[in-house]
Design a protein around this ligand. Sequence first.
Ligand code: NAD
Length: 498
Amino acid sequence: MESKVPLLLDGEWTQSQSHTFFPVINPANQQVLAQAPDATEQEVELAVQSAQKAFESWRNTPAPVRARLMMNYQALLKQHQHEIAELLSQETGKTFEDAKGDVWRGIEVVEQACNVPSLMMGETLENVANGVDTYSYVQPLGVCFGITPFNFPAMIPLWMFPISVACGNAFILKPSEQDPLTPNRLAELFLAAGFPRGILQVLHGGQRPVNQLLEHPQIKTVSFVGSVPVAEHIYRKGCHELKRVQAFAGAKNHMVIMPDANFNHTINNIVGAACGAAGQRCMAISVAVFVGDAQPWLAALKEAMSTIRPGVWNDSGAAYGPIISMKAKQRVLKLIEQGKAEGAECLLDGSSYQHPEFPQGNWVGPTLFAGVTTDMALYKEEIFGPVLCCMQAKNLEEAIDLINNSPFGNGTSIFTASGAAARHFQQKIQVGQVGINIPIPVPLPFFSFTGWKRSFFGDLHAYGKQAVRFYTETKTITARWLESDIDQVAPNMTIHLK
Ligand code: NAD
């Protein structure tokens, strides 16, 4: 019998009373690692009440004290990063290198949270009118809520709760039911760092607990990362409940290859960006747009993609791991078949790839299509598999138009030796993250990260610097000080503070 994944409720690891469970499956061999509960109504309510109570005193804990606890947390995460990455590899199938990157990117956000006293500083202006000064304070909001996807079970939870908690809030995390073990390990280390009881609660489950929390009057903010349909639902429902919502959604990222791009550098980068993490990244390159003649590029790409293969987490020859679930693999295979039926030319077909030692794994080999057009499902849908679609454009302007007409706007990149072409591209392109001779511009915690168009819903593009703005309110005080009052001050006056 597999173990049940506990909830972190009111500072205690608690077995859920739920009757509904989701199996947590190692996608490389179908081993059931654990069962994740669908948290019950009472458990959700307890989490909110405990978080609210914890918030009342945490908000008054001095910012430098909060920052110091965050430093303890950073040190513990660093100490345990390889052990966390190994656990992460088991439940996601990621290669160990990929898993370590997932954890490390999260640690970088915790480092940013350690800087919270500076990040929360308000503003002042003396003498806005005669004898009047204005100053503002940045204050926490209360109980914040985050819902995270399967594909980065360390980095994405760490995008959310460390910044929110450092700002003085309490946080309820609802990780993906597909890989809840890594978020639980992050929470264990959070407790070990010395944070007070109730400041972080971890609820597992699917849409039921999410919807209950979206409707809960004590939830102040909702942070979501996941697919477009769910992001739309979260954003609509959260806004209807008058919450502050940020919803990072799906993507379809294009890379433009100009004829003057460095050949080998470009080919190597396309392969990694399309197939790395089995294409299960919101920043993966899914469409290559060749400006001018595509033929020499296609031949080299086919050759380069033929040399890589998926494998298990500790196989140093594996370029990437399996697809997260059998269902997700079937969806990728269906899109590959649809592509062929719709007339795209399949230059490399990975749909029947079998791993010799782990035939049960959700493997998909590298897959390359040429002649893809905008009306094909392959182009319109986010594939989330190691599948690259190639297209051609007559010139840079045509490539830019193609990308700007896409409903997604998460990431894009251009490979070129021309500074003028790159500058024109960066100015005209309607996408949030732009790489120049870099395939996937990984967001860093000290920069804002946002998708455009259907890749992001919300008006506070919260990550990096702006994350503090999402998790706080600003209070502006305007005070008049009358010089004539100076003489009136009673020297022995006492003020009673509550
Ligand atoms: P998903 O939308 O299926 O699930 C995300 C979260 O929402 C999970 O915690 C899940 O339990 C919950 N959920 C699912 N259906 C729900 C519903 N009907 N109501 C309420 N909650 C629900 O996404 P996924 O498959 O886990 O992750 C992959 C997706 O995430 C891809 O589309 C990818 O592009 C996107 N993503 C985006 C970013 C970004 O920064 N924009 C980053 C990573 C992943």
